[in-house]
Design a protein around this ligand. Structure first.
Ligand SMILES: [Zn+2]
Length: 136
């Protein structure tokens, strides 16, 4: 069952990615919701690469410039959901040879500091809103 759930999650994120490329990508958010629900139902953690792709607050599938804003602030990458305003801060893994910057980082465009209007939460809190259990 766990294996099927993982496949289902992968399928749903593939659908979400495809849908997000269309002009009206609202279905992508629905696919994210379903994928998260499958994960909860079968106690399967979403892969880290998937967890970067959506908002933890409202399950919006993140499309750079449309549903998420990414800014670099100090040594952190701050991604703000443009649907609900929730932000997610992650350390920037710079300086590790052979690794590309994470998706969404644009090192070539320094931007002004932005004022956040939504609730701000830390990475630790982000991790806690999942079911919190490890895979079997
Ligand atoms: Zn959101």
């Amino acid at each position: 069952m766990v294996r099927i759930a993982r496949e289902r999650i992968a399928d749903l994120f593939a659908l979400a990615e495809r849908e997000a490329g269309r002009p009206d990508g609202r279905l992508a958010d629905r696919y994210v919701q379903l994928a998260r629900r499958v994960g909860t139902r079968y106690n399967v953690r979403l892969l880290t690469e998937y967890r970067e792709l959506y908002c933890r607050g409202c399950s919006t599938y993140w499309v750079e410039g449309r549903t998420v804003r990414t800014r670099l602030r100090g040594s952190r990458r701050v991604r703000t959901c443009l649907s609900c305003g929730r932000s997610r801060r992650t350390p920037i893994p710079l300086g590790r040879p052979g690794t590309a910057p994470p998706a969404g980082i644009n090192l070539s465009s320094p931007r002004e500091e932005e004022v956040l209007v939504g609730p701000v939460s830390d990475e630790e809190e982000e991790l806690a809103d999942e079911d919190g259990s490890e895979e079997a």
